[in-house]
Ligand binder design. Structure first.
Ligand SMILES: [Zn+2]
Ligand SMILES: [Zn+2]
Length: 320
């Protein structure tokens, strides 16, 4: 979940101290007994940056979370796919006007690549067919839909072979009357969630859409999609590295977080899904090349080089 709380009072900035190198290693946990490729993939090495100190109004300044280490995660009975519950379902909710919406098919493809799982897309569900509580936001004057109403509807539609069901909407959302808005909300226990792309559109705030708007929207949509989906696997927000699981309180903050998983969060997802890390990076590389996201493609290529070359020369492996 991410959003802006109206209770923000700007005094929390000093409450969060970014963890140091030892705390970051402790968050990754002991990797000595793991296969070689995983040991290398979970080494913080040079490809990951520590989480920076939050600025006033940033997520960690307002919500100084304690963080979730890999060991915390593994011992928390996290939601895990398995048996027949092995598909991620996406549900487009409300209108997806062509000129200002991402293609759900590409989101499906990205989720399938990112989580190395089967992804199915529900037919679009019209908002008018549902009895959802709405309001007009006093600041933006735009319509907002109450997330808890949506979660109740999703819970009833959760297919038996679903690991989780996530609704995607172009409508703005709020989780309770005291909140200004929310980017997304999930119910871990019910394995359902909803997230909004409304605030990724400059026109939402009365600004002009740039020429690169479709590309920026897709990039932002992919990012919120994997952030919210990762929550369904019981991953908490990341406070250790710059990571797609960092919380975000505003657009600048969500734009600045990377699309990638840090070693702590990669280890959690790999533990849950059991994917081959090298194969997953290869598929991600192909996706990033296809959509011409060069910085992401370069980053993944570096990761692959590091893992594959170290695997080939075991003598050079760091000693645990
Ligand atoms: Zn979140
Ligand atoms: Zn992380």
């Amino acid at each position: 979940m991410a959003g802006a709380n109206k209770c923000f009072h700007g005094l929390g900035a000093m409450n969060f101290n970014p963890p140091g190198p030892i705390e970051r290693l402790r968050a990754i946990g002991v990797t000595g007994g793991l296969p070689e490729a995983l040991r290398i993939a979970f080494d913080p090495g040079a490809d990951f940056e520590p989480v920076p100190a939050p600025q006033l109004g940033d997520w960690l300044a307002v919500h100084p979370e304690p963080g979730q280490t890999f060991d915390d995660f593994a011992s928390s009975k996290p939601n895990k796919p398995g048996g027949i519950r092995n598909k991620i379902y996406l549900l487009p909710l409300g209108e997806f006007p062509k000129d200002r919406s991402p293609t759900v098919e590409i989101l499906k493809e990205y989720a399938a690549t990112y989580f190395a799982m089967k992804v199915e897309v529900f037919p679009l569900l019209a908002m008018e067919s549902l009895k959802l509580t709405t309001r007009h936001n006093p600041f933006t004057k735009n319509r907002q839909v109450l997330t808890t109403d949506i979660l109740i509807i999703l819970k009833k539609r959760l297919p038996t072979d679903a690991f989780c069901l996530l609704a995607i909407t172009m409508e703005d959302l709020y989780p309770e009357p005291s909140w200004n808005f929310v980017f997304g909300q999930a119910s871990l226990r019910e394995r359902v969630g909803v997230f909004s792309l409304a605030r990724y559109d400059p026109a939402f705030f009365g600004n002009e859409r740039g020429k690169d708007y479709p590309e920026v929207l897709l990039w932002r949509s992919c990012k919120v999609l994997v952030h919210e989906t990762a929550h369904m696997f019981s991953l908490g927000h990341c406070i250790f590295f710059r990571c797609v699981l960092n919380g975000s309180n505003h657009l600048r903050e969500s734009d600045s977080r990377p699309l990638s998983l840090c070693p702590v969060c990669l280890r959690k997802l790999q533990f849950s899904i059991g994917f081959d890390v090298v194969d997953r990076y290869r598929q991600l590389f192909n996706f990033y090349q296809r959509v011409a996201w060069d910085p992401e493609a370069r980053w993944v290529a570096n990761r692959l080089k590091r893992i594959v070359s170290q695997e080939a020369t075991p003598d050079q492996l760091p000693k645990n």
